[in-house]
Design a protein around this ligand. Structure first.
Ligand code: AVJ
Length: 321
């Protein structure tokens, strides 16, 4: 297995794929098998996420978009005129348009995303919609550090992290990430964060297990990606999508449950599954205004303003360093 692992690593054509392989093997080697949700977003996964946002059950995107539409003037007033807008996990950049429209004086927009496909499509669409705005896309895993292109050094940076992607992180990781953003942006900086709110469990479960099965396809797609990119042999049809509410941790968990006892090979290493055993593929923490404030404050941010939508409740928080 050692030699085959070494060969698989050598074949991996870039650092990103090596990290993907290493993380996948490590995640399959722990008692509770786990994958990081950042690996959902290959081209197909990014498209499936956009399709999730169109399902009737998945309320966060349309709720946050409606809220941003309402509060865009207040956000624009808090953003310096010549600021660089830096978005973490920008995906299709649809919500960003609300800020770009409300703040035409922005110096530049820097979308940061792990998916080159999503980033490229978004940059093309935005360039034709905002021909006079400097758009500087950055393909990066923002959990590994936040870089602003040199050309924009010296400008005030406002960070934008919508979608409740912050909910993907364990609380201590969320604090580390928000602290890293604060250190990178410096004194007086602003950080606009979307954070989905606790609500009745049936609403949450439906949002992560839509009737059409789009979320199930999104969850299973990570197995398709691992098969293709890491030379694995997952029987994708032998894993069921599960969405579970973890009340103690205030989060929806997604799992892939092995429907039979089976063995899977990844880069020459074999991993046994019992029937009913799961791979934990994602956490989506749900917040209260108080729980989110506490997290932001632990990272050294102060709450400058906050807005919570009408039911289904979704929060947008304006943080000040
Ligand atoms: C993009 C991370 C915010 O957690 O709600 C959607 C991803 N997962 N349905 C979320 C997701 C399942 C989404 N985020």
């Amino acid at each position: 297995a050692g030699v085959r692992l070494a060969r698989a690593l050598a074949r991996a054509d870039d650092d990103e794929r090596q990290a993907f392989l290493r993380d996948t093997l490590a995640g399959l080697s722990t008692p509770q098998k786990t994958f990081s949700p950042k690996y959902f977003y290959d081209g197909a996964g990014s498209a499936l996420f956009e399709a999730i946002c169109e399902t009737p059950e998945y309320y966060p995107t349309r709720t946050e978009t409606g809220l941003l539409h309402t509060i865009a003037p207040a956000l624009a007033a808090a953003i310096p005129d010549d600021a660089v807008l830096l978005e973490l996990g920008s995906g299709a950049s649809d919500k960003t348009r609300l800020l770009l429209d409300a703040k035409p004086s922005l110096a530049a927009y820097v979308p940061v995303d792990i998916s080159p496909d999503a980033l490229q499509g978004a940059a093309e669409r935005l360039r034709s919609a905002y021909p006079s705005l400097a758009i500087v896309p950055v393909v990066a895993d923002f959990t590994q550090g936040i870089d602003v292109p040199d050309a924009l050094a010296g400008k005030p940076v406002v960070a934008f992290f919508p979608g409740s992607t912050i909910g993907n992180f364990e609380p201590h990781e969320a604090v580390d990430l928000m602290r890293a953003v604060r250190r990178r942006l410096g004194a007086g900086a602003r950080f606009i964060v979307g954070a989905d709110q606790v609500k009745p469990v049936d609403v949450l479960l439906a949002a992560y297990d839509d009737a059409e099965g789009v979320t199930a396809a999104f969850n299973r797609n990570v197995l398709v990606r691992i098969n293709r990119e890491l030379g694995a042999d997952f029987d994708v049809g032998a894993f069921e999508h599960r969405a579970v509410w973890n009340a103690a941790k205030s989060r929806i968990e997604m799992h892939l449950e092995s429907s039979v006892a089976q063995t899977v090979t990844v880069a020459g290493q074999r991993f046994a599954f019992e029937a009913g055993e799961t791979i934990h593929t994602e956490n989506s923490h749900k917040f209260t205004p108080e729980s989110f404030q506490a997290l932001a404050e632990r990272a050294g941010w102060a709450i400058e303003a906050q807005w919570i939508s009408d039911t289904p409740a979704f929060g947008v928080f304006l943080l000040k360093a």
